[in-house]
Design a protein around this ligand. Structure first.
Ligand SMILES: Cc1ncc(COP(=O)(O)O)c(C=O)c1O
Length: 443
């Protein structure tokens, strides 16, 4: 890639977003980096959103973007779906949060328990971060062990124990193994000491490590479809192997389905036929409102049951707030088998067409993803785990992201994205053509 061509994309972006630039300058006076969400920042500054409708986002400068970011896969029905808007309006008029439970919470819980094979009972939170935190807490109490295992490069939210080896720099990686790398300066060393990191898709090494450390391990937490590797699906034998091993050693297996739950009615666990002990949720189940959840085996979840004297407390002023529950219920009702089928078929088509474009242009690239999710990596190497993602050309990924903004298309900064129920074949082609044009310009 020539830097000057990538720079031309940035210049074009800057020329078309003056209002965002001035809002960013103002925001930076009051918010570090002008933001409340580190991952929403990108250089030279993010577009400030004015509004969004359907599968388009409109920025404050009047630019329109075909949205494949959809708030990190959340808006599976598109933005401001009329049924969600109506449900929120109706609930807002009846009160938007209470200290007591509501019927809406029972309905959404029932739907999720009926749909997801591993989930016998469930609890709601306000974020996926809280969901993974509580699932880990439950696994610790259930097993009486306190160490956890996660995968190198795996993201499970921003609480402490999952903030180990999330995005370690290549220079910090142990060539001889997946030694845990603290994510933050001055993170207590005890945190990394209590986290064992594993290499994704490498069953042999995982088995060796898990067998060695099994009697210390409360849980293994993982994604079946790895978001940070461009929605890479785990190899089936690998997933089955981890399931068998954790079952044999009495280790709680937690599938983080905060993102992957959108691949089928029962999530990735149903699609791959590998059933964990506990599952965590977020994103789509709240219809665009703040949400998270964790659920699973009744005997583990019983540790949170206040009618049984609950050894584990779980508080939260806004847990299962009726606005979120009402919006989530609308989403679940819309996601019928036919809808998944259609979205997933278009996802398959998109990935095939993207591969064809890179072949045609002779650009070394890998296209990952399953169902309605996709990821683009500019590397000749197969993507199998975190280390293989590091072989990607990061400058090219940045240039693709900025170039697509200039084409009126929004994807994730890391080159990944998601379809939604409004996505048509023409939208797929618009993205593919946009990628072709940008790749031709910046290569
Ligand atoms: C796989 C996964 N787990 C957990 C989380 C944390 O969810 P939240 O941002 O709602 O705290 C995310 C967020 O992107 C995620 O992708």
């Amino acid at each position: 890639m020539t830097t000057s061509r990538a720079e031309a994309e940035v210049q074009q972006f800057v020329a078309s977003t003056p209002k965002s630039k001035s809002l960013q300058d103002e925001a930076a006076q009051y918010l570090p980096g002008g933001s409340s969400r580190g991952t929403a920042y990108f250089a030279p500054y993010p577009t400030f959103v004015d509004h969004a409708k359907g599968h388009y986002v409109y920025d404050v400068d009047g630019n329109r973007y075909l949205d494949f970011m959809i708030n990190a896969t959340t808006h599976v029905l598109g933005h401001a779906h009329p049924d969600i808007v109506a449900a929120l309006q109706e609930q807002a008029e009846r009160g938007n949060s209470f200290s007591g439970p509501t019927e809406a919470q029972v309905r959404l819980a029932k739907t999720l328990c009926e749909r997801v094979p591993s989930v016998e009972t469930i609890r709601f939170t306000n974020s996926g971060t809280e969901g993974t935190m509580m699932a880990i807490r439950g696994a610790r109490a259930f097993t009486g062990r306190h160490k956890i295992a996660k995968f190198e490069g795996g993201y499970h939210g921003s609480h402490e124990y999952v903030s180990v080896s999330v995005r370690p720099a290549a220079a910090d990686l142990d060539p001889d193994g997946t030694t845990p790398v603290p994510e933050h300066p001055a993170q207590p060393p005890s945190v990394a000491d209590d986290v064992i990191t594993l290499p994704y898709n490498d069953l042999e090494t995982c088995e060796r490590i898990i067998r060695q450390r099994g009697d210390e391990l409360a849980c293994v937490i993982m994604e079946v479809v790895s978001s940070s590797f461009g929605y890479l699906a785990g190899d089936l034998d690998f997933l089955r192997g981890i399931r068998a091993l954790t079952e044999e050693l009495g280790i709680v297996l937690i599938f983080d389905e905060v993102q992957s739950f959108r691949v089928s009615a029962g999530g990735a666990q149903e699609m791959f036929g590998v059933i964990p002990d506990m599952t965590t949720f977020g994103k789509i189940i709240g219809g665009g409102m703040p949400v998270g959840a964790w659920g699973g085996r009744r005997d583990i979840m019983a540790l949170f049951d206040p009618t049984e004297g609950a050894p584990l407390a779980h508080a939260g002023t806004f847990n299962a707030n009726p606005m979120t529950m009402a919006a989530g219920e609308v989403v679940m009702n819309h996601l019928t088998p036919e809808v998944y089928e259609r979205m997933n078929t278009l996802g398959e088509m998109l990935r095939a067409k993207l591969r064809a474009v890179f072949d045609e242009l002779e650009i070394p690239a890998q296209v990952t993803g399953v169902a309605s999710l996709f990821g683009i990596h500019f590397t000749a190497e197969d993507i199998v785990d975190y280390r293989s993602t590091l072989t990607g050309d990061g400058d090219m990924t940045k240039a693709l992201f900025t170039g697509l903004l200039n084409e009126g298309i929004l994807i994730q900064t890391g080159g990944a994205g998601a379809l939604n129920t409004l996505t048509s074949e023409a939208d797929v082609d618009a993205l593919v053509d946009g990628v072709r044009r940008v790749a031709q310009r910046v290569r």
